[in-house]
Design a binder for this molecule. Structure first.
Ligand code: A2P
Length: 218
């Protein structure tokens, strides 16, 4: 019936608690400020601007996408494939509304997106859709959870779905043995450049973000 049709959300995911959202936003802001001042970044500025000499204001380049969260399953109100099956899984029903800690292991950015990589625990992986990586990269063999992230910002005209795709590209490079060009140690950890405007700041001490597993209806 019509009620059933509207009962599936836009997406399921972990929603960061408000005080941690603040903390993560300010961490990202500091990172952008530092990055922008580095000679190594200026050397690769054309990745972002298309022109070597042009300035870029990274804080303006990435637009905030609202409430910080880590999407598990996009359901699109039931229109997305597998959404009903996902919502009906016992693990999803059991954990709905529960709190856990998301381990943030890196901040990354590309000319398109800015995000935080999330390292899911075994327990959290039970809520991770089996085909999340395959759906985006059918030919790669990436471990489940490789795509898990929090979108912190997107360049103009870029949809947030891109953040996970950019992360997968980075994870694939790492899986192929690329460590990136080690640029320098920042306060938060080592910074590496992976080419084509892709930067990764691995966090020395991964941040633990308290988050609630639930859904968003929009
Ligand atoms: P992300 O998880 O990177 O933030 P939208 O507003 O575009 O409908 O997206 C709603 C949420 O679902 C966003 O958080 C977005 O990206 C995520 N999302 C959008 N499309 C997909 C997709 N095809 N697969 C997985 N997550 C998606």
């Amino acid at each position: 019936g019509p009620l059933e049709e509207t009962s599936l959300p836009l997406f399921f995911g972990w929603f960061l608690c408000p005080s941690f959202q603040e903390k993560l936003r300010s961490m990202a802001k500091d990172f952008l400020k530092t990055l922008q001042g580095l000679e190594a970044f200026k050397k690769h500025l054309s990745d972002f601007t298309g022109e070597a000499e042009k300035e870029v204001d990274l804080e303006q380049h990435f637009q905030d996408k609202g409430m910080l969260h880590c999407t598990t399953k996009l359901c699109d109100y039931g229109k997305a494939e597998g959404s009903k099956e996902y919502a009906e899984q016992q693990a999803v029903k059991d954990r709905y509304g529960s709190m856990s800690e998301l381990k943030l292991s890196a901040l990354f950015l590309t000319p398109r997106t800015l995000g935080a990589r999330v390292s899911l625990t075994e327990d959290q992986l039970q809520l991770w859709p089996a085909d999340a990586e395959k759906e985006a990269m059918p030919d790669a063999d990436l471990p489940p959870g490789s795509r898990a992230h929090v979108t912190l910002g997107c360049a103009e005209g870029v949809e947030p779905v891109q953040t996970g795709l950019d992360l997968l590209e980075l994870v694939l490079l790492q899986q192929q043995g690329q460590e990136g060009e080690q640029v320098q140690d920042l306060d938060l950890g080592p910074l590496a450049y992976y080419g084509k405007g892709m930067w990764v700041l691995s966090l020395h001490e991964s941040s633990l973000a308290p988050a609630c597993f639930c859904s968003y209806y929009g």
